[in-house]
Design a protein around this ligand. Structure first.
Ligand code: NAP
Length: 283
C-alpha cells in the first residue's frame, strides 16, 4: 500500500515556522499583512478566502479584505491595486482570478507590484521562477508541491519527473522547480504521444491536468511518488484529484490525497510568502 503524503503534516510544520517568523517580525515592529482582493461573489473565491483567513489567524498574519462588485470598471480595479501597492502596511496581495470578462486580466494582474505578488500572478514573478531570481514570488500551488516533496524527504536529483499539464499557474513553474532540484523533467500535455508509457517511466509524477481520475493504473508503476494537484468536483458533489486514487494506492510508493493534499499546503505557502515579503521589505 502506498504511503499517504498528508498535507496536514506538511502544513503543521510550515505553520510552526511561519508563526515563529511572524513573532520575530512583530518584535521588530512589522506586522505581516495580506490583502485579499476579490471581484464579485464567486463561491470558489469566497471559500478560499475563508480558508486563507483562518490560516492567517493561526500564524498571526493580518488580513485586509477588499471586495469589489462584479461590474467594477477596469480603471477602478487598477486604482485599488495601485493603492495596495503604495500601502506600506500591506506586504502581500492575493487577487482572485479569473476576473470578469469585461476586464483585461493580463493588463490588470501586471499592475500589481512584484514585491507584493505573493501568489506569482505577474509576468515578473513568473520570469523570476524561470530565471532563478527573486523578482517576486512563485505561484503557491507548485510551491506547495515542492514543500511536500521536501517535507517527506523525496530526493529529486537524477530522478525522472513527469509533469502532466503545462499551465503557467501550475505545470510550467512546477517543471522549473523540479529542474532546480536537478530532476530530469518531461512536461506532458494534451498532445503528448503515448502519455501512459511516458508517465510509467517517471519516478515522480505531478498531475495537474484538471480531469478527474485520468491518471489511472495504465499511467502508473511501482515505486513512483505521485503529487496530485487536481481538484475536480464529481457529479455527487464530492472532490476528486486527477489521479485515480484507489488504483494508485496499490501500485505507487506514495501519493497525496484529494482533498487533504496539495490544496491544504497551498494556503500555508501563501502565508510563508507574505512573511518573506515583509522580511524583504525590512532588509
Ligand atoms: P489548466 O490551465 O486547465 O491546464 C491543464 C493542463 O492539462 C493543460 O496544459 C492541458 O494541456 C493538460 N491536459 C488537459 N487534458 C489533458 C489530457 N487528456 N492529457 C494530457 N494533458 C491534458 O489547469 P490548471 O490551472 O493548471 O489546473 C490543473 C488542475 O489543478 C485543476 O484540476 C485545478 O483545479 C487544480 N488546481 C489545484 C490547486 C490547488 O491548490 N491544489 C490550485 C490550482 C489548480 P494543453 O496545454 O495541451 O491544453
Amino acid at each position: 500500500m502506498a504511503m499517504i503524503f498528508k498535507g496536514s503534516e506538511v502544513t503543521e510544520a510550515l505553520n510552526e515556522r511561519i508563526a515563529a517568523d511572524v513573532e520575530e517580525l512583530k518584535a521588530k515592529g512589522t506586522e505581516p499583512a495580506l490583502a485579499i482582493l476579490r471581484v464579485g461573489e464567486r463561491g470558489d473565491d469566497i471559500s478560499y478566502e475563508k480558508g486563507a483567513t483562518k490560516r492567517a489567524e493561526k500564524v498571526g498574519v493580518a488580513i485586509k479584505n477588499v471586495v469589489l462588485p462584479a461590474d467594477v470598471s477596469e480603471d477602478a480595479l487598477i486604482n485599488e491595486i495601485l493603492k495596495l501597492n503604495a500601502d506600506d502596511s500591506i506586504h502581500g496581495v492575493l487577487m482572485f482570478r479569473p476576473l470578469p470578462e469585461h476586464i483585461d486580466e493580463d493588463k490588470v494582474r501586471n499592475m500589481l507590484a512584484a514585491a507584493k505578488d505573493v501568489d506569482g500572478i505577474t509576468d515578473l514573478s513568473i520570469a523570476g521562477v524561470f530565471a532563478g531570481i527573486e523578482t517576486g514570488f512563485a505561484p503557491c500551488t507548485p510551491s506547495a508541491c515542492m514543500e511536500i516533496l521536501d517535507y517527506f524527504g523525496v530526493e529529486c536529483k537524477g530522478k525522472n519527473a513527469v509533469v502532466v499539464g503545462r499551465s503557467l499557474v501550475v505545470g510550467k513553474p512546477a517543471a522549473m522547480m523540479l529542474l532546480d532540484r536537478h530532476a530530469t523533467v518531461t512536461v506532458a500535455h494534451s498532445r503528448t504521444a503515448d502519455l501512459q508509457s511516458v508517465a510509467r517511466q517517471a519516478d515522480i509524477i505531478i498531475a495537474c491536468v484538471g480531469r478527474a481520475k485520468m491518471i489511472d493504473a495504465g499511467y502508473l508503476s511501482d515505486g513512483q511518488i505521485v503529487i496530485d494537484v487536481g481538484i475536480n468536483v464529481l457529479e455527487d458533489g464530492s472532490l476528486s484529484g486527477d489521479v485515480d486514487y484507489e488504483a494508485a494506492e496499490s501500485i505507487v510508493e506514495a501519493i497525496t490525497p484529494v482533498p487533504g493534499g496539495v490544496g491544504t499546503v497551498t494556503t500555508s505557502v501563501l502565508m510563508k510568502h507574505v512573511v518573506e515579503a515583509a522580511k524583504r521589505i525590512r532588509a
